[in-house]
Design a protein around this ligand. Structure first.
Ligand code: NAD
Length: 340
C-alpha cells in the first residue's frame, strides 16, 4: 500500500493502535527529514540512529538494533518505521521482519532511489562478508509513504542515483517516460515518481518471487552491480544508480547483439548527457575485473547469467542466458566508445 504524503500517513497512524512506535534512521535522515515529520506532528516513540552508508548495512548493526528493541521491551504489536534511504529501509525491514519472528513495519523512503526502488517490492536484507544483500527476507511493509518533500535536501549525486532507476523504468516499460527524462530536477516530479512506483508494483505483483517478469527490473544491473562492487573495493565508490546507468549503456549494446535492439545511441546519449563518467570506466583491465565479479552474481547459474535485455525503448525482454564474456565485451565496447 502506498500512502502519498506524510500528512496522510499521520491520519493513517491515528487510526491504528500500535503498542509502541520505533523509528530507525541514519544521521542524515534524522537531521534533514525529521523536521518534516515533526511538522505534521506524527511520532512519539523510540528513535534508533544507525551509521550512515552501506558499510552499516550489516550484522553488527542488526545485533545492536535487536538488542535495543529487546531492552526497550518492544513487543510484536509495535510498529517500526524505517525513515531513510535504501540502506535504512533494507536494514530496518530485515530487523523488523526477523525480530520476534516479525513485527509490522512501514517504509518512509527519503531518497529518490528509495522511493522508486528500494522501499518497494518486499526485499529486505543486509550485506554479509564481501557480498551485497546476501542475507535477507521477502517481507511486505504495511505501507510505503511517499513524499517528495524529503528530496529537497538530497545531494545531487544521490538524486542522480535515483534517476538511473527512473531511466531504467522508461527503458523496460514506458518509452514516453524515457524520452521525457531530460534533467536531474525531473527526478523530484511527483507524477514521474508515482509512475515508476506503479511500474515496479505492477511487475512485483505479477511475479513476487522473481521467477519471471520481475527479472526485467534487473536490466542494466549485471554490469551495474559489478561496476559498483569493483569501484567499492577499489575505494572509489560510485552511487548505485550511477553504476546502473552505465551498466544500462553496456547492456544496450548487448541487447543490440542478442535481441535486435536498434537504439543503443539513444541510451548512450541520455546517459552521457545526464551522468558523470566514473574514473574506473577508464581502468585498463576493467572488462576482466567485471567478468570476475559476474561469477559471483546471484543470477549466475552454471556459468550463464539469467538476464533481461531490451527489445526496443519501452520494452524489455527476459529469458536470456548470457555468458559472462559477453558482458565483459560489452564493457570493452563501452570503454572504447568513451575514449573515441
Ligand atoms: N530492497 C531493494 O529492492 C533494493 C533495491 C535497490 C537498492 N537497494 C539498496 O538500497 C541501498 C542504496 O539506497 P540509497 O541510494 O537510498 O542509499 P542510502 O540509504 O545510503 O542513502 C544515500 C545517502 O543519502 C543520505 N540521505 C538519505 N535521505 C536524505 C535526505 N532526504 N536528505 C539528505 N541526505 C539524505 C543518506 O544518509 C546517505 O548518505 C543499497 O544498499 C541497495 O542495496 C535495495
Amino acid at each position: 500500500m502506498v500512502i502519498h504524503g506524510i500528512a496522510t500517513f499521520k491520519q493513517w497512524l491515528e487510526q491504528k493502535h500500535f503498542t509502541k512506535i520505533v523509528v530507525i534512521g541514519d544521521a542524515n535522515g534524522f537531521a534533514h527529514c525529521l523536521p518534516h515529520v515533526h511538522q505534521v506532528g506524527i511520532i512519539e516513540g523510540l528513535w534508533l540512529e544507525v551509521g550512515v552508508g552501506e558499510k552499516h548495512k550489516e550484522l553488527e548493526t542488526c545485533s545492536w538494533l535487536w538488542q535495543q528493541l529487546m531492552e526497550k521491551e518492544v513487543d510484536r504489536s509495535a510498529l517500526i518505521i524505517n525513515l531513510g534511504g535504501g540502506v535504512v529501509t533494507d536494514l530496518g525491514g530485515f530487523v523488523a521482519s526477523t525480530y520476534k519472528r516479525g513485527v509490522s513495519f512501514v517504509n518512509v523512503p527519503t531518497t529518490l532511489l528509495g522511493m522508486v526502488d528500494a522501499a518497494i517490492g518486499h526485499k529486505t536484507g543486509i550485506n554479509f562478508g564481501e557480498a551485497k544483500n546476501q542475507v535477507g527476507t521477502m517481507s511486505a511493509p504495511l505501507a510505503v509513504v511517499i513524499d517528495p518533500i524529503f528530496l529537497a535536501s538530497l545531494p545531487n549525486m544521490e538524486l542522480l542515483s535515483g534517476l538511473g532507476e527512473l531511466i531504467k523504468y522508461g527503458l523496460i516499460a514506458d518509452a514516453p517516460l524515457f524520452h521525457a527524462l531530460g534533467s536531474i530536477e525531473m527526478g523530484k516530479d511527483q507524477t514521474v515518481i508515482a509512475r515508476c512506483i506503479d511500474i515496479k508494483m505492477a511487475i512485483t505483483k505479477e511475479d513476487p518471487n522473481e521467477k519471471g517478469v520481475r527479472r526485467m527490473l534487473n536490466y542494466g544491473h549485471s554490469v551495474g552491480h559489478a561496476l559498483e562492487a569493483h569501484a567499492y573495493h577499489l575505494g572509489q565508490p560510485i552511487p548505485h544508480g550511477v553504476a546502473v546507468a552505465w551498466g544500462m549503456v553496456a547492456e544496450a549494446h548487448l541487447s543490440e547483439k542478442l535481441a535486435g535492439f536498434a537504439d543503443t545511441d539513444l541510451v548512450w546519449n541520455k546517459i552521457n548527457h545526464l551522468f558523470p563518467i566514473p574514473e574506473i570506466l577508464y581502468q585498463a583491465d576493467l572488462a576482466r575485473a567485471i567478468g570476475s565479479y559476474l561469477t559471483q552474481d546471484k543470477k549466475n547459474s552454471s556459468g550463464l547469467i539469467q538476464s533481461a535485455l531490451l527489445y526496443k525503448i519501452g520494452q524489455g525482454k527476459i529469458g536470456f542466458n548470457i555468458e559472462k564474456e559477453d558482458f565483459s565485451s560489452s564493457v570493452s565496447w563501452l570503454q572504447q566508445r568513451l575514449l573515441a
